[in-house]
Design a protein around this ligand. Structure first.
Ligand SMILES: NC(=[NH2+])NCCC[C@H](N)C(=O)O
Length: 344
């Protein structure tokens, strides 16, 4: 059985293995033992409640219960931008009008913003290719919503996710070539890597200081503003089904969209319920659908998928599931249907 738990120090080898299969370009999972152990250590301290909000990052791993292998990773930053500025472009409007001359023109304009300061961020999702089957991606991504629902005090009122923007196979981003390139004089991949590993001072030093009129960018750069990289579209669809929306914020480097939702409006947060667990074997009959379930514990957090009938007043688990979630009969679990009803 596949289940989710917080990352632990013993997972370093497993993470290195995942990082190798992710290849370059996945900046949140560098093939670098030192960085990965730092990432683990920070998460372990976060789950233990020993860090300030500005430093907290929660990393989850998907474990194959039979083999003990790590199948994937996902994470939430508690609050971005509280130590260093967090940047986006807001795609806004400037109107130039002169009644006297009978001129009215409206210009899409990119404004550098720190508007997402203090928001929580979904990040670092990676599922090993061998495990890209059977709802594993959904479990890895959506377990974070049960965690948000269970521990709202740890997170911001809004959750954002930065989606990868358009670039070609060689990693060339039309938006970067049109804009960033002139100011940073390095490749997109290098700039992306540096911010990914937390070296961000150069952004403040080198970013253009004035709003950028979109009309003045070449057409291929204009065309990718707010557009998602092909490979990332399934992730966008999954988050949109949970209520995430594009609200006009894009990445400063590749202009990929940032999608966002009020934490309490996320479908899986809003619809999740806390119910007493009942351990039974077999599960009661009825029209079965997939549910996400998690236990009540912060440092011992566990989540898994259960195929069961819509729960009525209690949540029925097999002994095997109860072991995976580390719950006893009568403990509480939080649960929600995996897929929104309208998507079935
Ligand atoms: N694709 C990128 N690496 N963009 C730059 C980082 C953007 C991110 N919002 C930050 O401020 O850290």
């Amino acid at each position: 059985m596949m289940f989710i738990r917080p990352v632990e120090h013993k997972d370093l080898d497993g993470l290195m293995h995942l990082a190798k299969s992710a290849g370059i370009g996945m900046t949140s999972l560098p093939v670098n033992e030192e960085r990965l152990s730092r990432k683990i250590a920070r998460s372990v301290l976060s789950f233990a409640g020993e860090l300030d909000r500005a430093d907290q990052g929660y990393v989850f791993v998907l474990e194959d219960g039979e083999t003990g292998k790590l199948a994937g990773i996902s994470a939430i930053e508690a609050a971005v931008g509280l130590k260093e500025p967090w940047y986006n472009y807001r795609v806004g409007t400037i109107v130039h009008a002169s009644e006297e001359l009978g001129v009215y023109s409206r210009h899409e304009t990119l404004f550098l913003s720190n508007d997402h300061t203090g928001f929580s961020e979904l990040c670092s999702l990676f599922l090993h290719p061998d495990f890209r089957v059977k709802r594993n991606g959904g479990l890895l991504s959506k377990c974070r919503f049960l965690f948000l629902a269970q521990f709202p005090q740890l997170f911001g009122k809004m959750v954002v996710a930065e989606m990868r923007g358009v670039s070609d196979e060689a990693g060339r981003s039309p938006f970067w070539e049109a804009l960033g390139r002139h100011f940073f004089s390095i490749d997109f991949a290098k700039a992306d890597y540096l911010t990914g590993v937390g070296q961000k001072a150069f952004v403040a030093e080198l970013m253009p200081k004035h709003p950028v009129y979109v009309d003045f960018l070449p057409p291929d750069a204009q065309a990718v503003i707010g557009q998602t990289h092909e490979g990332t579209r399934p992730a966008v669809a999954l988050l949109e089904a949970e209520g995430f929306r594009y609200e006009g914020y894009v990445d400063i480097f590749d202009a990929g969209p940032t999608i966002q939702s009020y934490t309490s409006d996320i479908r899986a947060v809003k619809e999740s319920r806390r119910l007493p667990a009942r351990i039974v074997d077999p599960l009661p009959d009825g029209d079965k659908e997939w549910h996400l379930a998690c236990n009540d514990s912060l440092s011992g957090f566990r989540a898994a998928l259960v195929e069961c009938a819509a729960p009525q007043g209690e949540f029925c688990l097999t002994p095997e599931l109860a072991r995976a979630l580390n719950v006893q009969d009568g403990d509480h679990v939080r649960c929600v249907a995996l897929t929104p009803k309208e998507a079935v």
